[in-house]
Design a protein around this ligand. Structure first.
Ligand SMILES: *[C@@H]1O[C@H](CO)[C@@H](O)[C@H](O)[C@H]1NC(C)=O
Length: 334
């Protein structure tokens, strides 16, 4: 799959995961518990185990459900394959078969007499099939609205509902790009530079960018030092606006953020990831085409999160001696 296709498949998979968690799993728990096939004291909601149990029972007993159809076992098999694809990130399968997975889950819900839930999932299926809603629309269909939305106040926080949803969409896309692409690239470079091997799965972009920043600040003779420091600082500010959910800055600076992440990857000579992030940028720009209604107040107070002041001194004043303390980080890469 191309990157945008893969991205769509991941969004779809996320919707399927939500349906499993919010609808299918709980309905299965209710049914197997009522049938005394499950310890009613157990609060494990494992769709895999439940579907496996239903396949065994239905195989042994052709009148196991209230209504029994010849297609029951085929549907149960597809339902289980759908759960497998979602749980294991088989995105190719999800892209090809999401509709049949959803239909089998609807059939399964009917088998276990969960007709209301079947109706809810059917409605999601219909919206996806008709193209009236994207997977992301469905995820965003229900959200807790912070009170600053649509308050009509003339201040920074006066976001319209459209601006708010746009900021959330961009934030989710940026976060996904960070954890999937930027983080792993920074980690590989860091391990390579330190001659270390990977011992855990911590990929803290903030720390990794701090470390890279320090690496460059320690090379004041390098012709590109100032330029590269600027790129890394922009990338780090981008990480901060996403992780600290600075919605005004997400709306105004998301393009600069993605482009700085791309540049950081070029800087660490990870051309593939740089190209991938460029694709994410182009794709997101084509999707986030909603013009912003009204102007967004652009905060200038971005350095308040994690100031680089100590490290900055090295650039601004080469004779300045680094103090023997460091900015306290949550956890510093080894
Ligand atoms: C088959 O399942 C039905 C419904 O759960 C039950 O009433 C019936 O006793 C089962 N038959 C056998 C042979 O277990």
């Amino acid at each position: 799959m191309s990157m945008p296709e893969e991205n769509d498949a991941i969004d779809m998979c996320y919707v399927l995961f939500c349906i499993l968690s919010l609808h299918l799993g709980p309905a299965l728990w209710n049914f197997v518990s009522k049938k005394l096939l499950n310890d009613p004291k157990s609060i494990v909601v494992d769709s895999y185990e439940f579907i496996k149990t239903l396949i065994d029972r239905r195989t042994a007993n052709s009148t196991f459900f209230t209504t029994n159809k010849p297609s029951d076992l085929t549907q149960l098999d597809i339902a289980q394959k759908g759960r497998l694809a979602v749980a294991h990130g088989y995105f190719d399968e999800v892209a090809l078969n999401w509709a049949s997975y959803l239909l089998s889950w609807i059939e399964l819900l009917k088998m276990i007499d969960a007709h209301t839930t079947a109706g809810t999932v059917q409605q999601i299926y219909d919206e996806l099939i008709s193209g009236s809603k994207t997977p992301m629309d469905i995820v965003l269909a229900s959200f807790t609205k912070p009170n600053f939305v649509n308050q009509g106040l003339k201040k920074e926080s006066d976001l319209t509902r459209a601006q708010y949803l746009k900021a959330i969409r961009i934030k989710l896309a940026l976060y996904k790009c960070m954890v999937k692409h930027l983080g792993p690239a920074l980690r590989s470079e860091h391990l390579r530079r330190k001659g270390a091997v990977r011992t855990n799965s911590e990929i803290d972009c903030q720390n990794l960018l701090f470390d890279l920043l320090e690496e460059w600040l320690l090379q004041p003779q390098h012709a590109d030092m100032t330029t590269n420091v600027k790129i890394i600082e922009t990338a780090k500010d981008g990480r901060n606006i996403v992780c600290h959910a600075n919605l005004p800055l997400i709306l105004t600076d998301w393009e600069a953020t993605l482009l700085s992440w791309e540049k950081v990857c070029r800087l660490i000579t990870n051309v593939n990831t740089a190209n991938t992030i460029r694709d994410v940028y182009i794709d997101l720009k084509s999707r986030i085409d909603l013009p912003l209604p009204g102007t967004i107040w652009r905060s200038t107070a971005q350095s308040k999160y994690f100031a680089n002041l100590v490290r900055r001194q090295v650039v601004l004043n080469p004779t300045w001696r680094r103090p023997n303390f460091k900015i306290t980080l949550t956890k510093k890469p080894l």
